[in-house]
Design a protein around this ligand. Structure first.
Ligand code: GLU
Length: 496
């Protein structure tokens, strides 16, 4: 009798956390997962990893859905479309994680830790002072059953920690796994912490929820960014602790700033909303991301570096991905976007301008600010140009309030940026947040708002600032402040 082994049907996922604007890195990993699934007749799952309630941003999930759909990266299963393995939002699965942590407590691969946050912090401080890597020393690992019962009876709160071997499930001193792009990777257990799996608030950590869900959702290939490699030994130990089969792991190169540091909003716009609102075409972004780590044959379409999503599904080779850090070069993305604009028919180009630059909703909101402010209709352009432009910078020194130096003004603008980043994008939230900053730093309301007005609108005269910023949008407003700061830094360096 011949035996046939049937490979499980391919299932991949992306698992973004709704902690802010959707990130270009999520689009990159989403693209790769999408291609992998489409090439193999598999399923592409979207799971929302929202267990970290301290970083949760309520508007983020919808922005993730909208921006991935805008890019054309639709999913087969997810919170909004359902599917046979739901729910697909981790906050709706807490009971599942609790049950699974019980399994580990029972089989001895995890333990309850009653140490208080203060005690943990104290240990951490001592380790930092002694130049040791911060690690939990295993204080609660060998508590007697009586002690545990007594702690529970006394209502002490606890976390559940992974018992990293030795002393756990198997007495090995290292964990190895295969990375499909790198080969075997081994981590000595000396370097693996007894990871918290369940927090004292009853929510799981990323590690437990991620492994439980990948198993229950029958994920065959975990395709994610390489920053998760150091978490993978913990995940492999968890799969073993449950007695489950480990999926294939593909860790993709991290996108980098021009200076090769990990891509960050300090040096590059990273919000997909920014790119959408700033007039990039989804086809150009997909093409650009497809160039990042390699994988496409270099001679495709005559070596033009231009290809579509469908062509990527047809030709992309995962094992050709290069591991050197791909640079997210905005100049190149802009060039590519220009190429795509020129491919449009004149009518399609006009429609893009009409809907993306002068969209009805946007124009209606901007008009509403103008009716009481202009005497002829064509003055509309004089006052609202900044709403429809890309590079806007205030003329030299007009942005420095009379009694301030340029240096202290820039330092204050930097503080404004931090406040804007952390604030909900509504008039009600922005006004008190900015005023509070002004009070703290002893900047008058006039100085405070005049500076921001200059940065956002390029002028000291404009329609009402906060209303304008709300219409203009958070992603583009933040970009304008960052660009202003960058431009001033460059100028200052030139003067040196
Ligand atoms: N929630 C993680 C993230 O935000 C998922 C990482 C993974 O794919 O395992 O990227």
């Amino acid at each position: 009798m011949t035996s046939t082994t049937t490979e499980a049907p391919i299932r991949v996922r992306i698992a973004p956390s709704p902690t802010g604007d959707p990130h270009v890195g999520t689009a990159y990993i989403g693209l790769l997962n999408y291609i992998y699934a489409r090439q193999r007749g598999g399923k592409f799952v979207l799971r929302i990893e929202d267990t970290d309630r301290t970083r949760f941003v309520s508007t983020s999930e919808q922005m993730i859905f909208d921006s991935l759909r805008w890019l054309g990266l639709g999913w087969d299963e997810g919170p909004d479309v359902g599917g046979p393995f739901g729910p697909y939002r981790q906050s709706e699965r807490t009971e599942i994680y609790r049950e699974h942590s019980e399994i580990l407590l029972k089989n001895g691969t995890a333990y309850r830790c009653f140490c208080t946050p203060e005690e943990i912090e104290e240990i951490r401080k001592q380790q930092v002072a002694a130049k040791l890597p911060p690690r939990y020393p295993g204080t609660c690992r060998h508590l007697t059953a009586e002690k545990i019962e007594a702690n529970l009876a006394a209502g002490k709160s606890y976390t559940v920690r992974l018992a990293v071997p030795p002393n756990g499930a198997d007495l090995t001193s290292s964990t190895s796994f295969r990375d499909e792009l790198r080969g075997e990777i081994t981590f000595e257990h000396n370097n693996v912490d007894d990871q918290v799996l369940m927090k004292s608030d009853g929510f799981p950590t990323y590690h437990l929820a991620n492994v439980v869900d990948d198993h229950l959702m029958q994920i065959t290939d975990v395709i994610r960014a390489e920053e998760w490699i150091s978490s993978t030994p913990k995940h492999v130990l968890l799969y073993k602790a449950f007695g489950w089969q480990v999926p294939r792991f593909w860790h993709m190169p991290l996108l980098r700033n021009l200076d090769k540091s990990k891509i960050s909003k300090r040096k590059n716009p990273v919000s997909l909303i920014y790119y959408r609102d700033s007039g990039y075409l989804p086809e150009a972004i997909i093409n650009f991301l497809g160039l990042m780590g390699g994988g496409m044959p270099s001679d495709i379409n005559g070596g033009t570096e231009q290809f579509s999503l469908a062509e990527m599904v047809e030709h992309f080779v995962f094992t050709d991905i290069r591991l050197g850090g791909p640079v997210f070069d905005l100049t190149k993305l802009k060039w590519l976007n220009g190429e795509y604009l020129r491919k449009l028919s004149p009518e399609d180009f006009f429609q893009q301008v009409r809907t993306r630059v002068f969209g009805d909703d946007y124009l209606r909101q901007v008009s509403a600010l103008m009716q009481t402010r202009i005497e002829t209709l064509t003055q509309f352009g004089d006052l609202t140009g900044f709403f429809f432009s890309d590079a806007v910078l205030p003329p030299a020194d007009t942005w420095v309030p009379k009694k301030r130096t340029p240096e202290e003004t820039l330092a204050f603008a930097q503080e404004q940026l931090a406040v804007l980043e952390a604030t909900d994008w509504t008039h009600e939230a922005l006004e008190p947040a900015l005023k509070k900053l002004g009070e703290e730093k002893q900047w008058s309301v006039k100085e405070n708002f005049m500076l921001l007005r200059s940065i956002i609108t390029g002028s000291t005269m404009s329609p009402p600032l906060l209303e304008s910023m709300v219409i203009f949008g958070k992603a583009r407003s933040l970009d304008r402040v960052r660009r202003f700061l960058d431009a001033q830094k460059k100028l200052a360096n030139q003067k040196k």
